[in-house]
Design a protein around this ligand. Structure first.
Ligand code: IFM
Length: 433
């Protein structure tokens, strides 16, 4: 550590462990284009409503900067980034940016468009995707379910169907039998609690329910899906590394000394961050942490955002939260990967600092014994942000959704330096980052 003239400012070398995985993440529905699933159907029915409601949901600055939120077409995933056809070019960009790993998802509705009928062409497509990554020296992390269900399953109740676990593990075993030779890291489910919260508690995502019994059912069915597929994947590929990705919020009590706020913070922490880990105990080879949110718990009002600099979506930027989350992972004694962390930042004014500041805290967790082995920025490309549509720009790479032209953002080059050097130097002022 080097100290400059000002005693409050120091330069720290942030070096990551050898063989650290550096990359970015995407998901099929958000980037591929041409998907036909529960979300694509829901979008058609809800695009007009979402465009109308935008006026009530966003602040003046957001409305002025992203007028596309008032257009119905913003809410239709359609061609997305056309990544289905342009994956090889996109992976060349990732390679140029120094990424040695990439996380993407397989679209269940392509693999199994009808119940029990598996599409050979879809498998062939993902084989090409995996071959392309490997040929470029990029290690694939494959997600099997990033929120989208085939329509036959949607008609049968989707995640609420008590056979969801069996259907999912049958699909997972088919994929791993066909593609296991090309990938070692499998993420069964992406952020199960985001779906439980947004689709079954808040009623914002398909199937738009607000029903505690559905919540309980979906917790049960998704955790069963993970456990069954964990066993299946290991049966087919004994050396596979299997986990699920967990959205983890940094939750503090609104008033530090209020016992009620503290109890509330504990309860929310438990259900948001821990419950799925508990339910899948013993069936995880690694922990996949996804961090975006700092929230304050106030009894009885609920969660509110902290103050400070925010992303374009108004999400508070709170880098040290990732440290507290990672420290909680230590007791599980498993390797940890940060499989998502990122922000919507259309003018790219905050992204480079966002990445560095979060990595500073990831590194601190590592130096205190947490076995973090990789970091995946969300996302490689600007993409379709679910019920918010295309206006939030999360990409290291800007996408023109009309021409499909890709432009590498300056922050992507900053991140590239970190990936290539396996670390960076950081000027730290009193550790206030
Ligand atoms: O875009 C999503 C992603 O699909 C899952 N994790 C959070 C991201 C940003 O909201």
């Amino acid at each position: 550590m080097q100290f400059s003239g000002d005693k409050h400012i120091k330069k720290e070398k942030i070096a990551f462990p050898k063989n650290f995985f550096w990359g970015a993440a995407t998901s099929s529905h958000q980037v591929e284009g041409g998907t036909h699933n529960n979300w694509s159907e829901w979008e058609k029915k809800n695009a007009n409503r979402l465009a109308k409601e935008a006026g009530d949901n966003w602040n003046l600055w957001q409305k002025a900067h992203f007028p596309e939120m008032f257009e119905a077409k913003n809410y239709i995933s359609g061609k997305a980034c056309d990544h289905f056809n342009r994956f090889s070019n996109d992976f060349s960009i990732a390679k140029k940016l120094g990424h040695n790993a990439h996380r993407f998802s397989i679209e269940w509705s392509r693999i199994e468009p009808k119940e029990g009928v598996f599409d050979k062409k879809a498998i062939e497509h993902y084989k090409q995707v995996l071959r392309d990554l490997r040929a470029k020296g990029i290690t694939p992390f494959v997600t099997l379910w990033h929120w989208t269900n085939p329509l036959w399953l949607t008609e049968m109740g989707g995640e609420e169907n008590r056979k969801f676990g069996r259907y999912f593990s049958r699909y997972a075993s088919h994929v791993v039998r066909e593609l296991g030779a090309y990938a070692d890291f499998w993420i069964t489910l992406n952020e199960p609690t985001s779906v439980i919260g947004s689709a079954y508690m808040k009623g914002a995502w398909p199937p738009q329910k607000k029903d505690i019994f559905s919540v309980i059912r979906v917790f049960k069915n998704l955790s069963r899906a993970h456990k069954l597929s964990y066993d299946e994947i290991h049966r087919i590929q004994p050396t596979a590394k299997v986990g699920f990705s967990n959205i983890s919020m940094y939750i503090e009590p609104f008033h530090r000394f209020s016992p009620l706020d503290r109890i509330m913070a504990r309860i929310v922490r438990h259900f948001a961050n821990k419950e799925f880990l508990n339910l899948t105990h013993g069936k995880n080879d690694f922990l996949a942490v996804q961090y975006y949110f700092h929230k304050l718990a106030k009894f009885p009002r609920g969660l509110s955002d902290g103050s400070g600099i925010t992303s374009d979506l108004g999400w508070e930027i709170c880098p040290k939260g990732i440290y507290y989350i990672l420290k909680k992972m230590k007791k599980y004694n498993l390797p940890v990967y940060v499989t998502e962390n990122g922000l919507a930042d259309a003018d790219d004014s905050r992204r480079a600092a966002f990445i560095k500041n979060h990595l500073y805290w990831v590194h601190k967790a590592i130096s205190e014994g947490v076995d973090v082995r990789g970091y995946f920025y969300w996302s490689l490309l600007d993409n379709f942000e679910w019920d918010k549509g295309f206006w939030p720009r999360f990409g290291l790479v800007e996408v023109d959704f009309l021409t499909m032209e890709r432009k590498i953002r300056p922050s992507a080059w900053e991140y590239a330096k970190i990936c290539k050097n396996n670390g960076f130097e950081m000027i730290v002022k009193n550790r206030h980052i």
